[in-house]
Design a protein around this ligand. Sequence first.
Ligand code: HEC
Length: 180
Amino acid sequence: MRRFFKLSAVAIVMILLTVVIAYPGKGQDATPPRIVPGPWGDIVDPVTPPIFESEADRITFYRRQQMRAISSHFRSLEGIIEYDAPFQAQAMQHIEALNAIAQHLQQLFPPGTAANDGETGARPLIWQEPEKFAQHIQGFQNSVIALQKTLCYTTPSDASEALTAVRHQCLACHQSYRVR
Ligand code: HEC
């Protein structure tokens, strides 16, 4: 009987070892940090390279970076238009960047890239009602172009309403299609 327990314990340890070796760091950052050489010396990048397990992971990574870029340009415009940051001359650059990303937004949502159940990200509803989702993208593009036109003819402090129209499009799309 004792021998049986001993053998079972050995078997369990071996199974655990196999799992650990087969799936190193699954679900966590197991890649080594990047050493970045250059004129300022060898610097360790605090951001370790992510692990991609599928093409959907790669697409989602890129899509989220693009959303962050959208967010940064939007927030920069907010700084200029709503909070009077003295960079009026740069407003158009942010609009142009927003415009460029808005034009390829549709491509960032290929089928098969919904968030897994219980995780944050893109809702499956996007692919269940593609026409409505396309209308949201169109609405966002239109609002950015309207803001651009407003900024051509007025000062940033008069563009508050047009900025709110863009903000509405962000929030409306997130309300229906993003899990937070
Ligand atoms: C047509 C729909 C749509 C529009 C318009 C839109 N978003 Fe998003 N956004 C999404 C979806 C869907 C996600 C989730 C994507 C994912 O996690 O794969 C997302 C994610 C994000 C994220 C999180 C990124 C991350 O790192 O997880 C931010 C920030 C964001 N959006 C900001 C904005 C801002 C700001 C605007 C407007 C200026 C905007 N979005 C317009 C659909 C939209």
